[in-house]
Design a protein around this ligand. Structure first.
Ligand code: HEC
Length: 397
């Protein structure tokens, strides 16, 4: 596909994904918060669960949570499902636009452990397999043995992160873990939460007891979704931070940040009944940050650190940039896919190269995100050279 057309699809899918995702997550947070702040009102009918008053946009909202007696079903009842389906569909579209259309250079680096074609098959296999695995574990084991199902799921998640970061390049690895989480979440809505809600409406209309097993399972899945949101949002953001996915121990970085996100979510969930939630939250966030700083400190690779700084002639840097970067990053790219400089990043003049020095370090020295898929076969020695030049002040004289 023409890279300009792809760019447009990418942008539109991303925009939709963001909007729908904000609506889905925002909605679920609001209801979660509502549930935890309901007040019981004495003297109400027996179906009454709780009531809450809120202030928004210039008026008061009086919301009551209740069950309904047969025949009380209102004409217009609002359900919330399209936000989650739209988020999922746009996310999958984005996954295909960015990683699967084209030559697979976004999935793996050349010279990596698997070929681009195999990586495409593995990516889809891992996605589908993980989601089915999760659903089966919770259908059959989680029903009665919740602890065991939790241990199995968490162990599988660690395995998934490890496998993805060892098969794909960093960015693709992170986003595939995200795609698994997102698909599990949308699957929970589609396969468990919506059927339970349909059953509730039907049972109410027919004036019978609701099938509690459905609603218990839906509750369980909805708690899972709640815990998956923060880790998943981190994954979405991480794609803008090559220092995370490009890290030597990227799998540990990802697991640490996911754990921090889930813990923060947990503390926010229990804060209405857990007195010490503020210190707990502060400790968790500080711990996560310290871990992140620690990881960034030991990122290893060829950052040019240690030892005396060797002076590197700019002419040598220019040759590396010309051969390894400018096929794409130039006003007139020669690459077969990128007919326009990606992200508008161009290295045609010394001044441009200098202006991008920090980013060159992040993209091509610290993380190995660039060259894209290492299509231009940059060597470790050349990365080292770039690192040393930048460390020495990125002089272009
Ligand atoms: C095969 C084409 C190709 C080559 C070669 C290439 N890049 Fe890139 N570069 C890309 C693409 C594609 C993007 C946009 C990635 C994205 O969508 O996040 C990009 C983005 C960038 C960015 C901007 C990152 C951002 O998110 O703003 C920098 C900086 C960069 N490349 C540096 C380099 C350097 C330095 C080299 C050489 C060592 C290099 N690139 C070689 C394709 C290439």
């Amino acid at each position: 596909m023409d890279s300009n057309v792809r760019e447009v699809f990418d942008l539109v899918a991303r925009w939709i994904h963001l909007i729908a995702g904000i609506m889905w997550v925002g909605n679920s947070m609001l209801f979660n918060w509502l549930d935890r702040n309901l007040e019981k009102v004495e003297g109400r009918r027996k179906e009454h669960i709780g009531r809450i008053w809120m202030l928004h946009s210039g008026a008061f909202y009086d919301v009551e949570k209740t069950m309904l007696a047969p025949g009380e079903m209102p004409k217009v009842l609002h359900w919330f499902k399209w936000q989650s389906y739209t988020t999922w569909m746009s996310g999958i579209a984005l996954l295909f636009i960015v990683y699967y259309m084209g030559d697979g250079s976004f999935l793996v680096n050349s010279g990596g452990p698997v070929s681009p074609d195999l990586a495409k098959d593995l990516g889809i296999g891992i996605l589908v397999g993980s989601v089915i695995f999760y659903d089966l574990v919770w259908r059959f084991i989680g029903k009665t043995m919740e602890r065991q199902a939790q241990v199995i799921s968490l162990a599988a998640l660690v395995g998934l992160v490890w496998a993805c970061t060892h098969v794909f390049n960093g960015r693709a690895a992170f986003i595939h873990v995200g795609a698994v989480l997102g698909t599990c979440m949308a699957g929970n809505v589609f396969l468990h939460i919506m059927p339970s809600q349909r059953e509730l409406v039907k049972a109410t209309e027919e004036g019978r007891e609701q099938d509690m097993s459905l609603s218990l399972r839906a509750k369980q899945r909805s708690i899972h979704n709640n815990y998956m949101t923060f880790p998943l949002l981190f994954i979405m953001l991480s794609n803008h931070f090559p220092s995370t996915y490009g890290h030597k121990y990227s799998w540990l970085v990802l697991l640490t940040m996911m754990l921090t996100g889930a813990l923060v979510r947990h503390i926010l969930n229990v804060r209405f009944t857990f007195k010490a939630w503020i210190p707990a939250l502060a400790t968790t966030i500080t711990g996560g940050l310290i871990a992140l700083i620690y990881f960034m400190g030991i990122r290893g690779g060829s950052s040019g650190g240690g030892g005396p700084v060797e002076k590197v002639a700019f002419s040598r840097v220019q040759i590396v940039i010309k051969e390894r970067c400018m096929p794409c990053h130039s006003e007139h790219p020669t690459d077969n896919v990128y007919t326009q400089a990606p992200k508008g990043v161009m290295f045609d003049t010394p001044a441009q190269i200098k202006a991008y020095a920090d980013q060159i370090k992040v993209q091509a020295v610290v993380s190995k995100a660039m060259p894209q898929g290492n299509k231009t076969n940059i060597t470790e020695g050349e990365r080292d050279l770039l690192g040393k030049w930048i460390l020495g002040g990125a002089n272009i004289e």
